[in-house]
Structures are given as C-alpha cells and as structure tokens.
Design a protein. Structure first.
Length: 437
C-alpha cells in the first residue's frame, strides 16, 4: 500500500519546522499554526470544552494537545469509544540563560547559562549561537502579566574552546566544567553586558516592564540536506522535533470517520529533565484533557475509565541508528538503519513501555502504511534511556508502545537523520491514529 506522504516534501517540511522552532514555545506555535490552517480551533483550558464534535487544540506553555472528534458517533464519546494517542516532546538539551547572567571577565562580556538536560557538551563549543524564548512582561492579561516570544537568528554568542597550545591533553580526553567552561561570550567592554536591555529591544517593552524570562541558546546554522545524494538531514533538535512534526502531519492526515476511536496528539515539554512539571508527561495534562473530552460529550466518569481501557498510546522519541564508527556499542542482532523506517523500542525493564500488545498495534500500523519497521534493544550491558511512554502508561493505564526514527549524534547541538524517514514516520503514525478495521 502506498502512503500519501512524499519524501521530498516531508524532509523539507521537517527542516522548516525545526528552523522555526528554537524553543518548545515556538514548536507549539508552529504546530498550532499548522493545525489552525487545517481547521482546528484553539480552546482555552480555563473555559468549558466544546460539546459538539470538532477538531481542537490547546497550548500549555511549551506543551500542546490536539484532538479530532468529528468522527465520533451521535452519542459522542460513549462507553465503546477509545483514544488513539501519539505522544512526543518539544524540548531538547541546550544552554539556558540564568536570572542574573551578565558577567565581565578579562575584558570579555559573557552570559551566564545553565545546562538543560543532557547535551553533548563539546558539540556546543566554537559554534555560532542565537537566543530565543519566552519573556513575561507587565500587561493587561491575567494577573497583569503577558508573555511574548522572540527568536533572534543573529550570531550573538560563542562558547570559545581553549587553544590546544594551552592544554595539550584535550584530544586525549576533554573535560568541561559546566560552571567555568560553558559561558558564551557576546562582546567586549569595560562593563558587563545588558541582557535585560537586549530583551527589551527584542520584545518591545521598557526594561523595567520585564518580569522574567525562559530564554535559551540555539545554533544559528540552518538545517540542511546532506550527503552525496542528499539522502540525509543535518539539523539541531531533531530529538524530538522530528517526532513532533511527524505527529502533527499524521493527525492532519488521519481519517476521522471511525466512531469508536478519537485521534489525539500530545506534545510534552520537559522530557529531557524528567517530565515532572505542570506541562510534562508526569502532569495531569493528558489524563485531564481526555476526561474532559468524555464529559463534554455527555459521557460519565465511568465512560472515561472505559474509554481508557480501549485506548492505545504511541510514545514517540528518536532512536539510535547504528553508528558505523562505534558498531560495537549496539546490540548485534538489532542493527538500526537510517532511512530504514520507524523503530520499535523495547526494554525488558520498561524504560520503554512497549509490550506485545503495543507492539502489535504499531506493527499493524506500519503494515497498513506500507512502511518497514525496525526493532531496537539496547545492549544488555549498557544503561537504557527512557521517554514519556512509561509515564503516560502509568498515569492512564492504557496500552502503550514506544517507537522512534533513526538518528545519529543524539543530544548533539546538531544531529543527523535520513531524508526518507520523515515521510515513513508520519505515514506510520497516521495509520496508527486511524487504523483500518
């Protein structure tokens, strides 16, 4: 069966999505724009949910959840209905600006940053960096506070590496102190820089009206095709914006004529630091929205729990492709190929939530989409990472499967995936959200 996703279109779509999404807030904005263009309507969490079938989404900071009940039967989300949920996350490891960031050292103006998540620190050295994020300012909004986003693509910052002449042992084992060695430089002078003044210019308010910020660095080099036949995509934040993009594309393409299933997309923030926040996977975001969907459609709490019993969740995060220079770090019988199709992720200790029921659902989705499926298992003598799957499974009691798309250089400032994989990824997720009977 041929799926409707074109490889060239989806590769470029991913590039555009990533370059416009330097922060989780921007990623949700990009997802929201695509959903709105396709007829989805934004709802406010503080207001009553619509009671009629429709396509809607809501945004909570750097998280987004969207759903489409247009295929629900006249009774709404009755006891026979369940959800098909695709989950991903919007955040990536990076360097985030501290509350009092302005430093002056040896005539250099530098910016105090804190390491977010688990980045490959050396990949941030000697790289041109910009700034982006969310700024809270005085305003007329709730509590007299407004939020404004900015995205500065200028080359502003650089974490300068020490010359080899001053440490001849760097090539034998680079050690970076997060406090001392990772402060980006952004100018020269005899006084510290003025970060608050910079933000004032970016968001268009007096410096005294700035109340706080969530600002982070990002590489300014654009994403691009790579390789002799341009069969690769080099980009920042592929973990996990590649899944976020594929999830949006899948929801927009998924059929909505199945009365017993409601497709849902949820993009969580804060996965890279454990997901324990008001908008992370350990929050009430997903279960509360699913319950409100049932109640707003006229169902009861009993109907909600029955719907969860018929629900399957697909938790998407990127997967480790087999690295040709480090092939011994991979499980020998589970080699993963770039441009080889979506990757089922299995761990006996449930660092991934996949069991045989979840595997069956995802395998059937790949078959329905006409795309190959690969299986990943970490070497038994290596620790296994995790993602939002086990958390959403525990919070909802729903069958859950963890999956991904192949990637090299995971958690680097610039990662590498296949140009054919985004289309196959979206096709599999679209089939998962609306499986054939």
């Amino acid at each position: 069966m041929a799926h409707p996703f074109d490889a060239e279109t989806e590769a470029q779509g991913l590039i555009d999505f990533v370059d416009a999404s330097p922060t989780p807030f921007h990623a949700c904005g990009q997802a929201a724009a695509r959903l709105s263009e396709a007829g989805f309507t934004e709802v406010a969490e503080s207001e009553a949910f619509p009671t009629e079938p429709g396509a809607h989404f809501l945004v909570r900071g750097g998280s987004l959840i969207a759903w489409d009940t247009r295929g629900a039967d006249a009774a709404g989300l009755g006891p026979a209905a369940g959800f098909r949920v695709v989950g991903a996350h919007t955040d990536s490891p990076n360097l985030r600006v501290k509350p009092n960031p302005d430093h002056l050292k040896a005539g250099w103006q530098s910016l105090g940053v804190e390491v977010y998540g688990g980045p490959l620190l050396n990949s941030w050295l000697d790289r041109d960096l910009g700034l982006a994020g969310r700024v809270t300012v005085r305003g007329e909004g709730r509590g007299g506070v407004e939020t404004r986003l900015f995205h500065d693509t200028s080359a502003l910052l650089r974490v300068a590496q020490l010359a080899i002449h001053l440490d001849r042992e760097q090539n034998d084992g680079l050690t970076l102190n997060r406090q001392l060695h990772l402060e980006p430089l952004w100018g020269l002078g005899d006084a510290p820089g003025d970060f608050r003044g910079y933000l004032s210019e970016q968001v268009g308010v007096p410096a005294g009206d700035i109340l706080g910020w969530d600002v982070m660095t990002h590489p300014v080099e654009p994403s691009r095709r790579l390789g002799r036949r341009r069969e690769l995509v080099a980009a920042p934040r592929l973990d996990n914006l590649a899944t976020s993009y594929a999830g949006v594309r899948a929801l927009l393409q998924a059929a909505v004529d199945e009365p017993a299933l409601v497709p849902v997309l949820v993009l969580f923030d804060h996965e890279e630091i454990g997901s324990t926040s008001e908008r992370g996977a350990m929050s009430t975001l997903l279960p509360s929205v699913l319950e409100r969907l049932v109640l707003s459609a006229g169902g009861s709490r009993e109907d909600y729990w029955r719907a969860l019993a018929s629900t399957v969740i697909a938790s998407g995060d990127m997967a480790h492709a087999t690295h040709p220079n480090y092939a011994d770090r991979h499980e020998p019988l589970h080699q993963i190929a770039v441009n080889g199709g979506p990757v089922l992720k299995v761990n006996a200790n449930l660092r991934y939530a996949t069991d045989s029921l979840g595997e069956a659902a995802f395998r059937l989705a790949c078959e329905q989409a006409g795309v190959p499926m690969q299986s990943f298992v970490i070497r038994t003598d290596l620790p296994c990472g995790s993602t939002v799957g086990p958390m959403t499974s525990a919070l909802t009691g729903a069958t859950t499967v963890d999956f991904g798309a192949p990637l090299l250089s995971m958690h680097s400032a610039r990662e590498l995936c296949g140009a054919e994989d985004p289309a196959m990824y979206a096709a599999a997720l679209s089939a998962f959200l609306a499986p054939l009977r």
